[in-house]
Write a protein that binds this ligand. Sequence first.
Ligand code: GLC
Ligand code: MG
Length: 253
Amino acid sequence: MKKAFLFVTDLDDTLVYRTVGDDSALPELNQLLSQHRQEYGTKIVYSTGRSPLLYKELQAQKNLLQPDALVLSVGTEIYLNGTDTQDSDWAEILSPGWEREAILSVTDKYHDLVRQPDSEQRPFKVSFFLKQKASANVLPQLEAELQKYKLNVKLIYSSDIDLDIVPRTSDKGQAMQFLRQKWKFAAEQTVVCGDSGNDIALFAVGNERGIIVGNARKELLQWHNEYPADYRYLAKSFCAGGIIEGLHYFGLL
Ligand code: GLC
Ligand code: MG
């Protein structure tokens, strides 16, 4: 029997291509999802590393559906039903022990850390570019130093370049579960989709259904090989096409 499900997807290189690529499966996926939402009450959530500014750019460019909730800045901001105000219950969970000045005083010492643009520095997210070559050295050192000061932080490294520092209580996975519990969806009726490092949290947090798109990056594929699970599906097709494939695989459509 068909019933409502919670659909949570990353955007860049999962739902749509970040730069160039064939987004021709997107209109079909949009159609399937909006019909399901109308008929059964399925909920659509976008979960991205992007800030509100960069999200709006992509939304206009790719003509994305209006989601039921938006999870921005790698899980640190939740916006419900098209509002412009962050969900305050979520912000309350993240704030204890989060001290951005203390974090910056540690990160300032690392010359390999290059600050991302101001728009990507958010209330609960400090972001840098870090080249892959330097990362093997820098990440463990930085992590150890931040731990030493007992700061409420976690490092998330994606796509061999993006380093996000966020509260320990926050990532895409925990934000997804917050919404899942709020809307009372079972794990079996929840599906998460991703392609890179910051999506691992979506797949690792519980036993929600997972779709890894065929064009996934090596950090996610490596993790998937290490921790295979029958509730996770590695698609053959890329981006939206891979998501459609996975939704059929799990019998959700
Ligand atoms: C997006 C954000 C960036 C972040 C990256 C990975 O590109 O704009 O700040 O580092 O996602 O999460
Ligand atoms: Mg992505």
